[in-house]
Ligand binder design. Structure first.
Ligand code: PRX
Length: 652
């Protein structure tokens, strides 16, 4: 672990000032969040800041009434921000649009009107949104929340089967999608995938009644008369000056759900609240990015994940930011794409994942050299541990040693960053690879397996010991799983002790800095996206030739981890490259391209206990080149050698 780096030129590190603010914030968290929430517009203030009478179902700002549109859109209308650009949108082929706050306001109102009056969306119902990175995505999210419905955005890289699963779980009657979009010069025909998902959902008893289609790629689409509606035609039917009053919502209503992978095969619909999420995101955005009126802010991520919900849609809009929104692949048509946009638009604040940085770093510095990055003043990362090497490259080559790096640790469940530097309050000295301290109001610690605090420098499990407003309200339709996944590990209900367990390894060093070390459960982190081992194995097992499967995360220099499948074939099937491709295709079909295993390795036996449990931990150790550990409990220790051999194959 390296020593702290100072930033004398732009930000003056001041650990004492930060820690003083922090200490005050956690002295009385209810009072602290009460004050923070008053920075926003509410239709009615709350009766209670925090209802903790039914833990772990904490409820924030109980009795409060608001709508996030008021703070993200309406508040700017009629001010100088109205004519400010909200999104400089860049399509992959190079087409551009500038969408102002006024444009957003008008289009959101018209779409909200159409959704309510023509499509019949009701307050409290869930609308699934399956859109690429185009301005209609944030517009749809805002229109849905404006009329008091909630959205479930599904990443446009997911397959028809994955989309169907989410539609069924959320019981959505309405789907918003697009004809297609550009990716690496190709057109992905999204409507076709959406149609297939609608068919699959119907088979499982959920009928999608209306499919709203944004015209983006101008490709021919299959059309179902009566069910399908063009987005632009719907807008045209709305009065040009349509105004829809933001539906008053309880702070404790659901603002949105977003699915993420867990340790079972079924993705979890993480529910976020209207009032708590809004309050947390508004404040954390300010602490992370120290926003200024002339900033050009760019979160290079997809809105289909929580990073985009919080740092492309709700956070920046609540702060009146001007942003860059880019449709396509980061290295298309050449590896300088991202950097040329940073230079051209004079980006001040750039936030992305270590995977993206490793990819761009791999292409070499020539894509960066000679560029004018003089306006860059803050750099951020999210989604995975950033290795100090990449950190230093980012700091020197991109930030030119002037821009502090804001490494933000958080999760879909936490709403916004939890552990990260806060230049908006006071920057602490940075250490490459550490996310530094918990943000104000967040009480974090590292525990040993047995629940006692870990020593400084000792690897343990990260925990959050007090509720915070951005926390998930629960898992959609599955309260038991919510308790089991996040609270059972360390809580002691009989003593009234409730501890949130994120399932991440961490170390707290002697200065109190947190170092996040990756997942502690059977979830992989592939290119900054969570993928459940079991979910992947279920997909592999759907191929008729597969008898048994184990999937592990294999270390990868760019993506952090990539899935590798070990497969035992059924009687009568022979290993072959063709079969490997078929199994990969199956995973693509069931989950999507992000989940496709790098390799499918055929073995005769998987390491299993005598009771038949697959010992993934042993495979994982072997994949990482470590000693397999204790193999005496295995049914057949020889299976280890076989796996070892198969994995060696992989390295060569
Ligand atoms: O393991 C942690 C890792 O990403 C997980 C959360 O994934 P997801 O819900 O998809 O959200 C990603 C974007 C917020 C965490 O449990 N993770 C996230 N940020 C960091 C990180 N690991 C290390 N350092 C980070 N900054």
């Amino acid at each position: 672990m390296s020593e702290a780096l100072p930033f004398e030129e732009v930000y003056w590190p001041d650990k004492e000032r930060y820690l003083e603010y922090y200490k005050k914030s956690v002295y009385d968290i209810e009072r602290f969040w009460d004050e923070r929430a008053r920075e926003l517009i509410w239709l009615k203030y709350w009766d209670r800041v925090l209802d903790d009478s039914n833990p772990p179902f904490y409820r924030w700002f109980v009795g409060g009434v608001t709508n996030i549109n008021i703070n993200a859109l309406d508040k700017w209308y009629g001010t100088s921000v109205e004519n400010k650009v909200a999104y400089y949108w860049v399509g992959e082929p190079g087409d551009r649009r500038a969408v102002t706050y006024g444009d957003l306001y008008r289009e959101v109102n018209r779409l909200a009107w159409a959704l309510r009056e023509l499509v019949g969306v009701k307050p409290g119902e869930g609308v699934t949104i399956y859109l690429p990175m185009i301005p209609e995505l944030p517009i749809s999210m805002l229109a849905v929340t404006r009329i008091g419905a909630f959205h479930s955005v599904v990443f446009s890289g997911f397959s028809a089967a994955a989309l169907a699963e989410r539609i069924v779980d959320a019981k959505s009657r309405i789907l918003i999608t697009a004809d297609g979009f550009y990716r690496r010069g190709r057109i992905i025909e999204l409507k076709k995938i959406a149609d297939e998902a609608v068919r699959l959902a119907a088979e499982r008893g959920v009928k999608v009644e209306k499919v709203i289609v944004v015209r983006r790629a101008r490709v021919e689409v299959p059309w179902s008369e009566g069910r399908d509606l063009w987005y632009h035609e719907l807008l045209n039917e709305a009065p040009p000056k349509a105004y829809v009053k933001p539906e008053p919502r309880q702070a404790t209503d659901v603002l949105f759900i977003l699915y993420t992978s867990g340790t079972t095969g079924k993705p979890k619909g993480i529910m976020h609240s209207v009032g708590g999420y809004m309050t947390y995101v508004y404040n954390v955005f300010k602490w992370n990015w120290d926003p200024r009126p002339d900033d050009i802010f760019w979160t290079a991520a997809d809105i289909g994940w929580i990073t985009g919900h919080t740092y492309i849609v709700y956070g920046p809009l609540m702060h009146g930011m001007t942003q860059i929104m880019y449709e396509g692949a980061p290295d298309y048509p050449n590896p300088g794409r991202i950097w040329s946009l940073v230079e051209e638009y004079g980006v001040t604040t750039f936030y992305t994942s270590p995977t993206m940085l490793r990819l761009l770093m791999k292409y070499g510095d020539k894509w960066l050299e000679g560029r004018d990055f003089s306006r860059l003043r803050l750099l951020g990362t999210v989604g995975e541990p950033i290795n100090p090497e990449v950190w230093k490259w980012y700091y020197t080559k991109v930030g030119r040693e002037r821009a502090p790096i804001v490494d933000t640790w958080w999760q879909t469940e936490t709403g916004a960053a939890m552990i990260s530097p806060a230049p908006g309050i006071a920057l602490v000295p940075l250490k490459p690879g550490s996310a530094t301290y918990p943000l104000p109001g967040i009480v974090a610690d590292v525990l040993r397996d047995d629940g006692r605090p870990a020593e400084p420098g000792e690897k343990g499990l990260l925990v959050i010991k007090k509720p915070w407003p951005g926390m998930l309200m629960g898992i959609w339709g599955d309260p038991k799983r919510y308790i089991k996944t996040y609270w059972e590990r360390f809580s002691k209900p009989e003593e009234g002790v409730w501890i949130y367990y994120p399932a991440d390894y961490a170390v707290k060093d002697k200065d109190g800095y947190f170092w996040l070390l990756g997942r502690a459960d059977e979830v992989m982190n592939v290119a900054g996206h969570r993928l459940g081992t079991i979910e992947l194995e279920d997909a592999v097992l759907m191929h008729p030739a597969v008898s048994e499967a184990a999937v592990v995360g294999f270390p990868d220099p760019v993506k952090g981890e990539v899935p590798v499948a070990l497969v035992v074939l059924k009687e009568g099937y022979e290993p072959s490259p063709k079969l490997e491709e078929e199994i990969k295709a199956k995973v693509r079909e069931v989950i999507g391209p992000i989940a496709v295993p790098k390799r499918v390795l055929f073995v005769n036996k998987l390491p299993k206990t005598r009771s038949g449990k697959i010992m993934r931990r042993i495979i994982l150790r072997l994949a990482r080149g470590q000693d397999p550990g204790d193999v005496t409990t295995l049914e057949d220790p020889a299976s280890v050698d076989e796996v070892k051999k198969a994995l060696e194959n992989l390295k060569s």
